[in-house]
Design a protein around this ligand. Structure first.
Ligand code: ADP
Ligand code: MG
Length: 728
């Protein structure tokens, strides 16, 4: 067996047993390392505390004097916790997080050393971040980017560094990150939803979006991952014959968690708890070595930060347990990939979930209002929602019969469908007293009971209502949730703004009562957004055909899916909601396309290297062994050897054929890459990579996987699926 593979296997099998310590109450650890309200009360002046609170709640600005006070308090707390460094923690468009650490330590003009951290350092930092993608916004020679404090997400200490969540923007104001647009979208939805929520409760002053993600991931022994060029470089296996046993027995799902994994989870959860990430659920997922972790939901901006932080912490702790954690959406062919369902809702500052029905008809009308508006928003902007979850790696998963299709539709269940059908029949204009009573008692009034037994959950739907929230299921495991959350909250803000205008017109001009006006507008929305509702099997071919008839978009790959971002309607929408301007939209799209190109390019190169430097040499080695054997047989049997060596000759021939083909395809792929690289327009180039380069991957893989089955195990260069997927 090749040395790398052999050593990796031995190493992975000799891992030391780790004792797990699950003792201690989690609530004692919660947010220990977070500069939250408790700590602020302790370390800030009353004035600074109030100003930070109103910055969080009302978005007011914090002036320099207060910033100095906050920095002083933060520093005192951080030093008391043993921190030595601080960093602005931000989310460049790479999709990951970035940080640049500075020591608190400084030398004063008089030569004395001290720990320094002032308002200036808290509020703004200028990392030399010219290498981050900016889609042309930031010319490296001119305007640079800077990071600016986001007081709505509390600072935290990770190891010995005080981390300050920040946005990353160009000096000209354009967002160079995923957080700035998200914050603007959340502000837009707050404003629009508050206006609508006030129809039902005058006391509502703020609405925030809530997000609860469910993170899926694989844990594979580190040595095994490192033994494979493809996994360690691209995050997925580009070749690999399917193992005889996969997930068909369903014996992993919700099964007993293996000891080493449990050790990892336990330590991870403790660390998360200290960081204020409210992790709650852990279990085995469907595929072998696949797991899931879910928190209690939080305000969306904080939840996004927590998910990003979680992914960083996971990588670090996995390493300690000699695991590599794989977030790639499709690391292994033939078994399930990983997603990150985004559970989303809107909640008021009075503590009401707007997508949860209540105890009175009025509360249920409020529920229906937000429910139907969500359906309408998704119907109008389904293609944008699809664009927000597009990436090279997620392309493998969407539509792969384990994840929702790339066609966006909404599942609401039979009972709620019946309610909407009834509402469709509401009279135009004023309602008669009888009709009002009927609606109150038999339609709106019945909703809570309906929801209680709304257990019928369609797992194939990309956007499903699950009792008191919508669940966006197409989000990729590796993704920054900021992207889909920015999109969803922006379209919701726009929809609620339009809704309020329409209702107000009916109230002011047509003299309708508030509830009559609401019913009238909802009735029209229900009628016009029907095509987005689909209760059937989202995996079926029939649905693709049906979706085409309904004129829903069906963008199968990333370059196609991203086009809509710069369509005129999208530019208008984002401008009107004050979330992104045209320059930003174009730049963000360009960065996404650029990332797509790089991913496919790197995969192509790695695959080429695997074929030329590993697969063909292994095949040749085995050919030589066969040849030696056949010559030996010929010496003994003479002309009769053909009969005795028939099997070997046949294998020899097959291997020869596969070598010819795999080499031809690999050369053609390199040519296709060369042609694509010659293109200057990023759109065209991404399409070329998608349509002309990527199709070779599967074809090459087929030959490689057949060779893997033909060639003696001892010659195969790569750690096999069964060796990776069933290691404990
Ligand atoms: P499941 O849907 O898997 O049965 P749950 O209903 O408990 O499980 O919720 C799954 C995820 O949805 C959790 O992360 C949870 O925090 C989140 N969630 C629950 N309610 C809301 C809400 N109102 N807004 C956003 N996320 C929510
Ligand atoms: Mg799940």
């Amino acid at each position: 067996m090749p040395k790398t593979r052999f050593q990796a296997l031995v190493e992975s099998r000799n891992r030391e047993h780790i004792n797990i310590d699950e003792t201690g109450k989690r609530s004692d650890l919660f947010a220990k390392n977070v500069f939250n309200e408790d700590k602020m009360l302790q370390f800030l002046t009353a004035e600074a505390f109030d100003k930070v609170k109103s910055a969080i709640f009302q978005g007011t600005k914090i002036d320099r004097k207060i910033a100095d006070q906050v920095a002083e308090g933060m520093k005192a707390w951080a030093l008391s916790m043993g921190a030595t460094h601080y960093t602005h923690w931000f989310q460049p468009l790479t999709g990951a997080t970035a940080e640049k650490h500075d020591a608190f330590f400084d030398i004063l003009p008089n030569g004395k050393a001290m720990e320094k951290f002032g308002g200036a350092q808290l509020v703004q930092q200028e990392p030399d971040a010219s290498s981050f993608p900016s889609g042309g916004i930031r010319n490296t020679f001119e305007a640079r980017g800077y990071t600016a404090w986001d007081p709505t997400s509390p600072a935290f200490i990770y190891k010995t560094t005080l981390c300050i969540p920040t946005i990353f923007v160009a000096y000209t104001g354009e967002a160079l990150d995923n957080k700035a647009p998200l914050l603007r979208a959340l502000q837009a939805v707050d404003q629009a939803a508050t206006g609508v929520a006030q129809y039902f409760d005058k006391n509502v002053r703020k609405v925030h979006a809530t997000l609860g993600w469910e993170q899926e991931y694989f844990l594979i022994d580190k040595a095994l991952v490192n033994s494979r060029l493809d996994l360690s470089v691209t995050g997925r296996t580009l070749v690999g014959s399917f193992s005889a046993k996969g997930q068909q027995l369903d014996d992993h799902y919700f099964g007993v968690i293996p000891a080493r994994v449990l050790g990892f989870m336990s330590e991870l959860e403790k660390e998360c708890t200290r960081l204020g990430i409210p992790v709650k659920t852990r279990h085995n997922e469907v595929a072998p070595n696949q797991f899931e972790l879910a928190p209690v939901f939080e305000e969306a901006n904080l939840s996004v930060d927590h998910n990003l932080l979680l992914m960083d912490v996971m990588e670090e702790i996995a390493d300690k347990y000699n695991f590599s954690v794989l977030f790639h959406e499709k690391p292994f062919a033939g078994i399930n990939g990983s997603g990150k369902h985004n559970n989303w809702s809107l909640a008021t500052d009075t503590g009401v979930n707007l997508l949860s029905p209540g105890s009175t008809p009025m509360k249920n009308l409020q529920f229906l209002t937000f429910f139907v508006n969500t359906i309408k928003a998704v119907d109008t902007y389904e293609e944008l929602l699809r664009a927000s979850i597009a990436s090279a790696s997620n392309d493998h998963r969407l539509g792969a019969n384990e994840a929702p299709p790339p066609i966006i539709s909404i599942f609401i269940g039979k009972q709620l469908s019946d309610v909407l059908d009834e509402l469709e029949g509401v009279s135009k204009g004023k309602l008669s007293p009888q009709e009002k009573t009927e609606l109150k008692l038999n339609v709106v009034g019945k909703i809570p009971e309906i929801l209680l037994d709304n257990t019928d959950r369609n797992r194939t739907s990309p956007f499903a209502f699950t009792g008191n929230k919508f669940e966006m299921r197409g989000v990729g495991a590796k993704m920054n949730c900021a992207k889909p959350m920015t999109m969803l909250n922006t379209i919701m803000a726009k929809q609620l703004t339009d809704f309020k205008k329409e209702v107000d017109v009916l109230i002011d001009k047509k003299n309708l009562k508030k509830d009559e006006a609401v019913f009238n507008v909802l009735r029209e929305y229900i009628k016009t957004s029907k095509r987005i509702r689909f209760e059937g099997d989202g995996y079926g071919v029939e649905w693709q055909e049906e979706a085409r008839r309904r004129k829903l978009s069906f963008n199968k790959n990333t370059p196609e899916a991203l086009q809509v971002i710069t369509a005129k309607e999208s530019i208008d929408l984002f401008k009107q909601m004050d979330v992104m301007n045209e320059v930003e939209l174009k730049a963000h799209k360009e960065v996404e396309l650029g990332a797509y190109i790089f991913h496919i390019q790197i995969e192509g190169r790695v695959l080429g290297e695997m074929v030329y430097n590993h697969i063909i040499p292994a095949a040749v080695k085995y050919q030589n062994l066969l040849l030696e054997n056949i010559s030996g047989l010929k010496e003994v049997y003479g002309a009769a050897h053909k009969k005795v060596a028939e099997g070997q000759l046949n294998i020899l021939e097959q291997i020869g054929e596969h070598i010819v083909e795999i080499k031809r395809l690999t050369d053609e792929m390199a040519d296709a890459r060369r042609r694509a690289n010659g293109m200057s327009a990023v759109d065209k180039k991404a399409q070329a990579y998608c349509n002309n380069v990527r199709p070779y991957f599967e074809k090459i893989r087929e030959h490689s996987d057949t060779l893997e089955k033909l060639i003696a195990d001892e010659f195969w260069p790569f750690t096999k699926y069964r060796e990776m997927l069933f290691s404990k």
